[in-house]
Ligand binder design. Structure first.
Ligand code: FES
Ligand code: MG
Length: 570
């Protein structure tokens, strides 16, 4: 076999000597004799607490790689802690993807095991792997165990929103709210709701990039380490078989990922991430594919934020494969996985062990799940809404817009007792797209005005060019494209305009006469709220980021450069 790493290690010249000599440090002498060099791209970091345990997972991957005759090489890569990183982890997703891509390409490796967990880490790793196109397989770090508070389970994220609304509404004391803090994060692992981390792990498996059956294994579960060991072995096999992302990921894989996303009731963030990954692979995937393929798929998983349970329950109930077995007829049976076998081959023996958590097809949690893609004069290039997380009575709604130009503007005014707002108002937040903030933060699920909460209002129509946390819920129209800061018409909306939402008709419009609408220009306050970074990554990002409807990647990162490096190291 002609290994890529042989370009560094083979031969007797001075360069090969240098490459080998510096890498020896105790590895067996035959390490450079044509044994596959397997990188373990590790996003473990103390500042990404959801991924901190991945170094232990990496140790199991190592064992598997050695066992199969490969050489494991741990490669720490840029890691993003969703709850810590400012101004939003999404600003750094493309940077992490670019840095990982370049380090995979620059180094003498033949394949890679990708260790991720927290929201942006699996997407950035997959974007990188797609662009380098070396054999690659993901081990998702897995969710935390269920925490409990006052005798009831606590779901990460979702219950933070719920409890904080309770404090705002006066039904929970500040002391009890603080007390719940230490109960929520019970173990290692990522958020245990069907938020973005859980969603991306499961979607990565549906896509074919995880060994089927592994995603969703809780982080402290011994079976995760067993799976990591097996995956290490598989990575070596993938190099022998030359099984690369560009070879087995295609439109059929994304079709299955979209069906899975809908059936699990997954995070809206997956839309942006899947579009970005597809863009790296050159797979023609559009926003409309999400609506066309996913919007009529039933939600079968009763997990927070849409439902009741948490990831530990989901795994116990049979996990992703049990879900996919229920919707097998909707899957593309040609789509292959990292193992070389089709995804559907893993569904014969995938029972549901708890039909409360994973519903059978005929008794879904929501009959039609997925993502609805809206268009209209407010979102000519599209916007998304997750109807399963919305209030049915608001899916068709007209109301007066109350417009905010930044999240700070929103916080400054929303609880003003004199604010002219009622339950029918439509809260609009703009300047929160990829360019405007920058980085497309999770702000779309704006908290409701205190005075309306006190009246018992629990949901309102909200419209935003940003994203929302996968653990959030509500009637939220998000990812409006183009964003206000990229010349999108959302910038033209004024407080008091009537906004009409009709999810059935897939429309989001401002009811302003066309002539007047076209004659409008954005106010100065609107424009000055947009980010205008001077230097560094933010400058590069704002100059090159694409809009949400194509995945918010950087224009020059779309596509693949492959694994070729033409020049020797000097
Ligand atoms: Fe890391 Fe939720 S904060 S997965
Ligand atoms: Mg998040």
């Amino acid at each position: 076999m002609n290994l890529r790493s042989a370009q560094w290690y083979a031969g007797q010249d001075r360069n090969a000597y240098i490459h080998r000599a510096w890498m020896r440090r105790g590895v067996p002498g035959e390490a450079f004799d044509g044994r596959p060099q397997i990188a373990i791209a590790n996003t473990a970091s103390d500042l990404t607490p959801c991924n901190a345990h991945l170094t232990e997972v990496a140790a199991s991957v190592r064992n598997g790689v050695y066992e199969a005759g490969g050489i494991p090489l741990e490669l720490p890569v840029v890691s993003l802690g969703e709850t810590q990183v400012r101004p939003t982890a999404m600003l750094w997703r493309n940077m992490a993807a670019m840095a990982t891509e370049e380090m995979l390409r620059a180094n003498p490796i033949d394949g890679v095991v990708l260790l991720g967990g927290c929201d942006k880490t699996i997407p950035s790793l997959l974007m990188a792997a797609a662009s380098v196109d070396l054999p690659a397989v993901v081990v998702p770090g897995g969710p935390m165990l269920t925490g409990t508070f006052r005798g009831a389970p606590l779901g990460c994220g979702t219950d933070v929103w719920k409890l904080s609304e309770e404090v705002r509404a006066g039904s929970l004391t500040q002391e009890d709210f603080t007390r719940s803090e230490s109960s929520m994060i019970r173990s290692r692992g990522h958020c245990n709701t069907m938020g973005t981390a859980s969603t991306m792990a499961l979607v990565a498996e549906a896509l074919g990039t995880v060994v089927p059956g592994v995603a969703g294994t809780p982080a402290p579960d011994s079976r995760l380490l067993e799976a990591a060991h097996d995956t290490g072995r598989l990575a070596v096999e993938m190099v022998s078989a030359d099984r690369r992302p560009g070879g087995f990921l295609n439109k059929a894989s994304f079709h299955n990922a979209i069906v899975a996303l809908a059936a699990i009731g997954g995070s809206t963030n997956a839309v942006v991430h899947l579009l970005a990954i597809a863009g790296r692979l050159g797979v023609e995937l559009s926003l409309d594919d999400f609506d066309r393929i996913g919007s009529r798929v039933p939600v079968l998983v009763d997990l927070q934020p849409a439902g009741r349970f948490l990831m530990d329950d989901f795994h116990r109930a049979g996990g992703l494969l049990a879900v996919l077995r229920e919707v097998r007829d909707l899957l593309d049976e040609n789509a292959l996985t990292v193992t070389g076998k089709p995804l559907v081959d893993y569904l014969d023996d995938a029972p549901i062990w708890d039909p409360e958590v994973i519903r059978i097809r005929s008794a879904p949690l929501v009959p039609e799940g997925g993502i609805a893609v809206l268009r209209g004069n407010l979102a000519p290039d599209g916007a998304v809404i997750k109807p399963a997380a919305a209030s049915p009575h608001l899916l068709r709604h007209r109301g007066r817009a109350l417009v905010f130009d930044s999240i700070e503007d929103f916080h400054a005014r929303i609880d003003d007792p004199d604010l002219d707002v009622d339950a029918d108002s439509v809260l609009v937040l703009r300047g929160c797209g990829p360019k405007g903030y920058p980085g497309m933060p999770e702000v779309s699920n704006m908290p409701l005005p205190k005075k309306l909460l006190a009246q018992g209002v629990r949901d309102m129509v909200r419209v935003c060019d940003g994203r929302m946390s996968g653990t959030a819920y509500g009637t939220v129209v998000l990812h409006v494209a183009p964003e206000a800061a990229a010349g999108g018409p959302l910038a033209l909306l004024r407080t008091g305009d009537i906004v009409s939402l009709d999810v059935g008709a897939r429309r989001i419009d401002a009811e302003v006469p066309a002539e007047e609408w076209e004659a409008r220009t954005p106010d100065e306050a609107t424009v000055t709220a947009y980010a205008s970074p001077r230097r560094g990554w933010e400058r590069l990002y704002v100059d090159h980021v694409l809009q949400a409807d194509t995945g918010a990647d950087l224009d020059f990162l779309v596509g693949s450069s492959g694994s070729e490096v033409s020049r020797e190291s000097h």
